[in-house]
Ligand binder design. Structure first.
Ligand code: ADP
Ligand code: ASP
Ligand code: MG
Length: 439
């Protein structure tokens, strides 16, 4: 069986929902994972922020706008009177509950309940729509099988066992629909797999059932060789290895949640990226195979903080690095890039929640400089470190202010740290030097 995930834009309008129906309606049994309609999760986050800031009136306004938008979608999609009424009753209930929440006080738990409503709404509406269109569908509630453990990682054993039970006990259908993104935590409370997490839901289910293939349907024809939000004339890449895809996703290619390929890699389950608005385009196929060497794509990740740790006697004092790393471990803060010299080390983090505490600890034995608002620009491709064209990368050094370089840590990745205001220019220059020269 295949698992097909449709993202926010794919279910974000009546026209696109109709495209989704046409894509899945080939008579083959399959599992469909849906995101919230585009804009919904952002609106739900805004509503939560209003609760934090004690602004119930603004929250109510946002809720009402969203409510109207959902009624319009339901009316445009579901003409059958009985089904229309049933759907609106569900939608009304969701929005009534949201209104009640706005008068409560903020908690993380409340936030998670609020942001989970987007996927619950989209899947409920889509299930009814398919039924109206005469397609046999069944809704599989994600909260009955998708779980994270106390480290916030998916509890794969639980997911596998429970998904199999849930699908076995569900009404037999051609299309099984479930919610992306949402899950329960170790205490059984509603939680989620972080923003963009529906991709991860799809591959976790794919791995649980050893799917024939996982397809991620979105609003672009696959992984491009550079970030299309910042660079013009980017091109889709037809094939990527799991490692290449994982590096690009981790370093900012928004098309994939950073963990997407992790669950399916070991079983060699292919992941195909496709465009809902242009289903005939090849897209990108991600497998265990490397097709060619050299730089394949560039991605960038923002909100990076660089920390320079200076100690006059670093090399002489063995155990210095251990001392540094232990501090990051204590505050559960992962390090992305690291470079060293005789007197200093520089490293980067993207989670700066414990930055002040980390700095306090580091200052006990070193001088610390902090640079915020940095971006990691990452070049990815099999064996790029050894490739004859990689030298072109260094031609940009004369034009761009580079703060750190990580070269050779892995054969598939070269990372540059630049101030975020230089990111767009860096991506554009790399695009010119690398892909235009090679074309
Ligand atoms: P969905 O809602 O379907 O999950 P996302 O917005 O999460 O879609 O991901 C698709 C978007 O990712 C594209 O519209 C594009 O702007 C952005 N993106 C960033 N980097 C890349 C890249 N290298 N290749 C393709 N898309 C990218
Ligand atoms: N709806 C969630 C988000 O906007 C999850 C997803 O779209 O994958 O982040
Ligand atoms: Mg996404």
């Amino acid at each position: 069986m295949k698992v097909l995930k449709f993202g926010g834009t794919s279910v974000g309008s009546v026209e696109n929902i109709n495209n989704v129906k046409n894509i899945i309606n080939d008579g083959e049994q399959k599992i469909i994972v849906l995101s919230a309609m585009s804009g919904t999760t952002n609106a739900l986050v805004k509503i939560t922020n209003c609760i934090v800031n004690n602004e119930p009136n603004i929250a109510i306004e946002l809720i009402n706008d969203l409510h109207i938008q959902y009624f319009e979608t339901v009316d445009a999609l579901i003409s059958n009177k009985k089904l229309n009424k049933e759907t609106k009753a569900y939608v009304n209930n969701v929005f009534d509950v949201l209104v009640q929440y706005t008068y409560g006080s903020y908690s993380t738990q409340l936030e998670r309940k609020i942001v989970s409503q987007g996927e619950l709404l989209s899947t409920f509406i889509f299930d009814i729509y398919l039924r109206q269109e005469g397609i046999r569908s069944t809704l599989l509630p994600a909260l009955s099988f998708m779980r994270i453990d106390k480290t916030n990682e998916p509890d794969f054993f639980y997911i596998k066992q429970n998904f199999k039970t849930v699908i076995k006990n569900a009404a037999e259908a051609t299309i099984y629909i479930t919610q992306g993104f949402i899950c329960i935590d170790e205490h059984g409370e509603v939680s989620n797999l972080q923003r963009g997490g529906s991709d991860y839901t799809a591959t976790l289910i794919g791995a649980a059932i050893k799917a024939e293939e996982v397809q991620i349907w979105t609003d672009i024809d696959g992984m491009h060789n550079n970030d299309p939000r910042f660079v013009e004339h980017t091109k889709p890449i037809s094939n990527l290895s799991y490692e290449e895809a994982a590096e690009l996703a981790y370093f900012g290619a928004k098309i994939l949640h950073p963990q997407t390929v992790t669950p399916v890699k070991a079983d060699g389950i292919p992941v195909r990226l496709k465009n809902t608005m242009n289903p005939d385009a090849h897209g990108t196929l991600i497998t265990g195979n490397y097709t060619e060497n050299g730089i394949k794509a560039i991605a960038a990740k923002d909100n990076i903080t660089a920390i320079k740790i200076k100690s006059g006697r670093m090399l002489q004092s063995h155990g210095f690095l251990k001392k540094v790393f232990e501090i990051f471990e204590v505050f559960e803060t992962p390090i992305d890039m690291i470079t060293t010299s005789e007197v200093a080390i520089s490293l980067t983090i993207d989670d700066d929640r414990s930055l002040d505490k980390i700095v306090t600890e580091l200052e006990k034995f070193a001088l610390i400089d902090i640079d915020k608002n940095q971006s990691i620009v990452c070049l990815v491709g099999h064996s790029i470190v050894h490739h004859q064209d990689t030298f072109k990368l260094f031609q940009i050094l004369q034009d761009v202010k580079i703060r750190m370089i990580s070269y050779g840590g892995s054969n598939n990745n070269i990372s540059l740290l630049v101030p975020t205001y230089e990111k767009k220019a860096t991506l554009e220059r790399l695009q010119d030097y690398i892909f235009k020269c090679l074309a």
